[in-house]
Ligand binder design. Structure first.
Ligand SMILES: NC(=O)c1ccc[n+]([C@@H]2O[C@H](COP(=O)([O-])OP(=O)(O)OC[C@H]3O[C@@H](n4cnc5c(N)ncnc54)[C@H](O)[C@@H]3O)[C@@H](O)[C@H]2O)c1
Length: 247
């Protein structure tokens, strides 16, 4: 389905990003695996080569604007263009083991969360945008979270950053619509990590079942195949955000 297309996925070393990368590879795309963790990135690359895909690995932090631009240049030189960008790298203060009430949050932790989620997405998007405008008919897909919609304890900075990505998605979709570039957002609910089943979901302090990375990659690949959907936020949460009547 994506034969001849080149896709760049950030945070592709594990879990949701890895599943997206593998799914694109299985569907014939050339894939740029971007992750700041070399071991995870190389493991993804190995599995993708087995799927017969052309892979370029970019061991890079999305916060490092210069490096991201450098890797994008390399990728455009190698593949000719980048057709699809998936801004998946992101996370909360949990990545630093520093989840806490906002009253106690350190400035450096808040900066980390804002930079990883917002600046990282901005950097990667700006790095590909000029070449996408030239090519037309390209796709950008951002990973937000239902935390942006419902809020989440101990993640005020994360919820704010993910809400910013929904706003960014809409505004950018308006700006680049004339070039046939579609920009959309996917907001997962609780998704299992590292193959662990989420039997006891702690999102919003309630029990419930979580989703799998495949639920998110299916949505991302669907959006990457559509030309008439743009500026939208797709909630993929098993109904979690339906409200108090939902069980
Ligand atoms: N898992 C969930 O329940 C869930 C729910 C809602 C939203 N999300 C969002 O989905 C995305 C993926 O989530 P996940 O659970 O798979 O994450 P994860 O923490 O399991 O994996 C993230 C991957 O991104 C890489 N990464 C992190 N920061 C990076 C950076 N600055 N530069 C480059 N690579 C970086 C990590 O090395 C890792 O391989 C994130 O944006 C997350 O906020 C996840």
């Amino acid at each position: 389905m994506f034969k001849g297309k080149t896709v760049m996925i950030t945070g592709a070393g594990k879990n949701i990003g890895k599943e997206i990368a593998l799914d694109f590879a299985r569907n014939g795309a050339n894939v740029i695996v971007c992750d700041y963790n070399r071991e995870y990135a190389e493991q993804t690359e190995k599995e993708m080569l087995q799927a017969g895909s052309e892979v370029m690995t970019a061991v890079c932090d999305v916060r490092d604007r210069a490096k991201i631009f450098e890797y994008v240049n390399c990728a455009v030189n190698r593949f000719g263009k980048i057709d699809i960008l998936v801004n998946n790298a992101g996370g909360s203060a949990g990545l630093l083991n520093k989840l806490t009430r906002f009253a106690d949050a350190e400035e450096s932790t808040v900066d980390f969360v804002i930079d990883t989620n917002i600046k990282g997405t901005f950097n990667c998007t700006q790095a590909v945008l000029k070449s996408m405008i030239k090519e037309q008919s390209e796709k950008i897909i951002n990973l937000s979270s239902i935390a942006a919609i419902c809020g989440l304890y101990d993640r005020v900075d994360y919820s704010a950053a993910k809400a910013a990505l929904i706003g960014m998605t809409k505004s950018l979709a308006m700006e680049v619509g004339e070039y046939n570039i579609c920009v959309n957002c996917v907001s997962p609910g609780a998704i299992s990590r590292d193959g662990l089943k989420l039997s006891h979901m702690t999102f919003m302090g309630e029990d419930g079942h979580g989703g799998n990375p495949k639920d998110i990659s299916d949505t991302v690949l669907f959006l990457a195949s559509q030309d008439f959907i743009t500026g939208q936020n797709f909630v993929v949460d098993g109904g979690r955000t339906l409200g108090p009547g939902h069980r």
